[in-house]
Design a protein around this ligand. Structure first.
Ligand SMILES: *Cc1c(COP(=O)(O)O)cnc(C)c1O
Length: 397
């Protein structure tokens, strides 16, 4: 069993705060500041451009990708880091569509995070080849898989409700219909067990500032199934995805492996912070994380439902269909969340009426959940939220 008190001690958690928002932005790993300082002073400062070789900055996107691969059921050499998740969605979809040139349907679902849908829409318009993007409800997706489908592009765990798709079954069904599948693991990597190899998923993408604690703006990752890599034409054919970037060849030749999905210069400082953050996962299995996450979520649901009858559970009640977050609906959800934050309980609000709480076993324990239930029950019972200063919307909710 994992010593969760030990993993908790790896993070800086401000006094007086219960942080149930690690699904949006993970907290600061204590070692991150020293690593950032060292990269800045010892590497950039003293090595200057030699850092690319001496400090192995150039290999970092693959090295960090291998660390993430273990957490998402991928083998080493199949995941590479870079850019943001929106960019990786675009790359994956562009490549996938080229592998199914005769089909015109892209399907996602209406619960997907908007940027994924915006990127798909933008790509379809740029291609101008008559693709259509379908966004049925998450429950309808499986029934609509047919032989017109080129690419199924789903986010595994719904960012609002925490509803989780059955990755194995849906991938199989799409493959049976001759389609390719892209999984967005934004709310899965470091949150729930994922078995990309076992599911034979074609592509996967995800970000690292949520459950992986890489810090604001930490780079995204992309996975391509090993038997596809050589057939995948990178739509964003940047020089660092070239087979020999330092040959400065005027013609683009993609790298033979996953590094063809790299684009340009990696964010070395930010990726070093991420690399340090990933040390918290050493010796941690996703099976242990999942067991603890389910316990924490169940404890929270039971406590809140017993004490806050005015809140409606928006997440699946069945733990097997839920990611590592719990959401409730309430008309005045925005004001409720502001009142909770004012009391030191940080979650977030997702329009139109969802208050959302993320459960991250590396640093959240039963005592935190008990305290969170107490604060929420108090704010609801006293209607603390019902005052003007909690109604005013800020830019980031
Ligand atoms: C968080 C999230 C994003 C964010 O994309 P960025 O490019 O990193 O800003 C995209 N898609 C999903 C499903 C997310 O949950």
């Amino acid at each position: 069993m994992i010593d969760f008190a030990a993993t908790k001690s790896l993070f800086h958690l401000p006094e007086g705060i219960i942080y149930l928002d690690g699904n949006s932005l993970g907290p600061l790993p204590k070692k991150a500041a020293a690593r950032a300082a060292s990269v800045i002073s010892d590497e950039w400062g003293d090595m200057l451009i030699c850092g690319w070789n001496e400090a192995k900055w150039m290999e970092q996107p693959a090295r960090v990708g291998d660390k993430i691969a273990r957490l998402i059921g991928a083998v080493p050499g199949t995941v590479v880091m870079g850019d943001t998740l929106s960019i990786k969605v675009y790359q994956a979809l562009a490549s996938a569509l080229e592998l199914r040139p005769d089909r015109k349907v892209v399907m996602s679902d209406s619960g997907n995070f908007p940027t994924d849908l915006y990127m798909a829409d933008g790509l379809i318009k740029s291609l101008g080849r008559g693709h259509v993007l379908k966004t049925p409800s998450p429950e309808q997706v499986e029934g609509l898989i047919d032989e017109d489908l080129a690419v199924l592009m789903l986010t595994h765990v719904d960012y609002r409700t925490g509803r989780m798709h059955d990755m194995q079954r849906i991938t199989q069904k799409a493959h049976d219909a001759g389609a390719l599948v892209i999984w967005d693991l934004a709310h899965s990597a470091g949150a729930v067990p994922v078995d990309l190899s076992g599911c034979k998923a074609d592509f996967a993408v995800g970000c690292t500032y949520k459950y992986l604690n890489g810090g604001p703006g930490s780079p995204a990752f992309i996975y391509v199934r090993p038997d596809h890599v050589q057939h995948v034409r990178p739509a964003l054919s940047g020089w660092l995805g070239h087979a020999a970037p330092f040959a400065f060849d005027p013609d683009y030749v993609p790298a033979p492996d996953i590094s063809r999905m790299r684009v340009g210069t990696p964010p070395v400082i930010q990726m070093s912070v991420l690399e340090t953050a990933l040390e918290a996962w050493d010796g941690v299995t996703m099976t242990d994380i999942r067991a603890r996450s389910v316990d924490l979520c169940e404890q929270f649901i039971a406590g809140v439902e017993a004490r806050c009858p005015m809140l409606t559970l928006a997440s699946p009640r069945d733990a097997a269909q839920r990611g590592s977050q719990v959401s409730f609906r309430f008309d005045q959800g925005y004001a409720v969340m502001q009142a909770l934050i004012d009391r030191g309980l940080i979650g977030d609000f997702r329009a139109p009426d969802i208050i959302r709480f993320g459960f991250t076993p590396l640093y959240i324990d039963q005592d935190d959940v008990t305290a969170a239930i107490g604060i929420l029950a108090d704010v609801m019972a006293q209607r603390t939220w019902d005052c003007a200063r909690f109604q005013k919307r800020q830019a980031v909710t």
